[in-house]
Design a protein around this ligand. Structure first.
Ligand code: SF4
Length: 145
């Protein structure tokens, strides 16, 4: 039996799910195991979501937020729907069709600008950046009950 859980509560996701699809503007931005998504986020939106989760260490810090607002879905948008809010946006992100990038076994993410997304993944290894401050791939997953 499978259960599909739709939620913004990342703690519940970490505690109850095996696989995660991160959706933005009605499109899957990244799909992978809980460990993939929480420890090795490949997409800028996933990293921004994780970075906005309050942590005990950041209790006295201002919460990180993803700048901007979600797109108006009543309008047509070409390219990556996250482009207006992405710190790694490049020219190809604003048009064209995505390619599906294999990040690892069972871990995929669409990319409109592979070079820009690759830069994001490289940067993630070294510095989660202002949009990704807080929870990062090296932090522990919430414990499962
Ligand atoms: S780098 Fe481009 S394709 Fe990747 S998330 Fe940012 S805007 Fe989207």
């Amino acid at each position: 039996m499978s259960i599909i859980l739709v939620t913004h509560d990342l703690a519940i996701v970490a505690q109850t799910c095996d696989r995660v699809a991160v959706v933005y503007a009605g499109r899957v931005m990244e799909i992978g195991s809980v460990a993939d998504i929480f420890r090795r986020p490949a997409h800028a939106y996933t990293a921004g979501l994780l970075g906005s989760v309050p942590s005990g260490q950041a209790a006295r810090q201002k919460l990180a937020a993803i700048p901007g607002a979600p797109p108006d879905l009543s309008l047509r948008h070409d390219g990556c729907p996250f482009a207006p809010r992405c710190a790694f946006v490049a020219g190809p992100c604003r048009s064209g069709r995505p390619i599906i990038v294999d990040i690892g076994p069972g871990h995929q993410s669409p990319a409109f600008a592979p070079t820009a997304c690759s830069r994001r993944r490289r940067a993630r290894r070294h510095d989660h950046g202002s949009a990704n401050r807080g929870r990062g791939p090296h932090q522990e997953l919430p414990a499962r009950d």
